[in-house]
Design a protein around this ligand. Sequence first.
Ligand code: ATP
Ligand code: MG
Length: 424
Amino acid sequence: MSTLQAVRGMHDILPEDMPYWARLEQTLRDLFDAYGYSEVRLPIVEKTELFLRSIGEVTDIVEKEMYSFDDRNGESLTLRPEGTAGSVRAGIEHGLVQPQQTHKWWYSGPMFRHERPQKGRYRQFHQVGIEVFGLEGPDIDVELILLTRRLWQMLGLSTVVQLEINTLGSPESRHTFRQLLVDYFSAHRDRLDEDSLRRLERNPLRILDSKNPDLKDLIEGAPRLHDSLDDESRAHFAQLQAMLAGAGVAFVVNPHLVRGLDYYNRTVFEWKTDRLGAQAAVAAGGRYDGLVAQLGGKSVPAIGCAFGMERVVALLQDLGVAPAVAQVDVYVVLAGDAAVRVGFQLTEAWRDAVPGLRMVVNCGGGSFKAQFRRADRSHARWAVILGEDEVQKQVITLKPLREQGEQRQVAWMMVGATLKSLCG
Ligand code: ATP
Ligand code: MG
């Protein structure tokens, strides 16, 4: 019989990887607390229409990457490919996203895109994202970037990530730019790949986002949006750069940074690394001032960004930023029937006496020797031994495994206090 495997591009995160994830998640949580962002938890499944109306019909995501299916009533649903559309939907639905009101949210969870799986690119992956509603000026753009910079500092990743920024201007200025692009790429039609040819007709900006190395030169030489920018967007971008410089943030202006979703305008940014091959972006975001209105809400400016968790974890692993091994204080060896009979009563009392005590109680029996082997593998600092002899005398034997000191016996009544002084 063939064994079952996970769906291609969807991964199990196993205990050995978890310390990296836990460290990253805890750091993010602390950071969001420190900057005053509130957590939201939104459904993983949304109506397909939400993504069609927000991400844009002529994007890779909507054209070929969505996991869509019909619900039992025939309605088309989709596993969310990103978190912004759902956030805006929720903000409008609950009447939270209103002019003159500010909301700062963060979310985390799995996203689904039917991409070609490779290192750093999966079909189920995880994002932590931030959305800010109600602020128009570049100050909030700077805050998101500063928050992100602080994350890299806290994780020890500052030296391997670089910030790239760009502006996409207003919808009007993009319209002018679009025509310039069509003219340029049409003149070089013979050099375009199949994807880009299709984009040329329907969404030429997307060509700038191509990951095909053969197109790099051609894209390098393409017209720049900056030359068609409207005055307000130009001023917004100039202010952004001045404030970033003022805050001591190093950045590069990448005039071809366009992002993979259609709802962005003005500021866009990506944090990139050269450590993960072609999957260079570890976090990305931008303004989406038109999206709330586009989805039926009032006109409310907004900005967001998302971290690609697998890629950040890969960086932590790549740099060997070893997280602390999960610590066990005590491993309890229970040898013989009498010990097993009283074991849980005693160990539960010790847990009461020492809150937070990290104690593994031997389950599944085994010889003394086998249980000691398990105790050793658990990295416990102490072994507490309960055998026939101990039960009879109403004591335990306390044996240091990774600590200084002699093996000794402790009366049952005193074990709680002893563990508290050793491990509390
Ligand atoms: P890319 O250019 O790498 O395809 P994107 O522009 O599609 O990324 P966003 O939709 O902005 O990315 O998502 C934000 C972040 O989520 C990315 O910067 C990346 O770190 C991560 N990410 C996106 N798609 C994947 C994926 N398929 N697998 C793993 N991480 C991903
Ligand atoms: Mg993509």
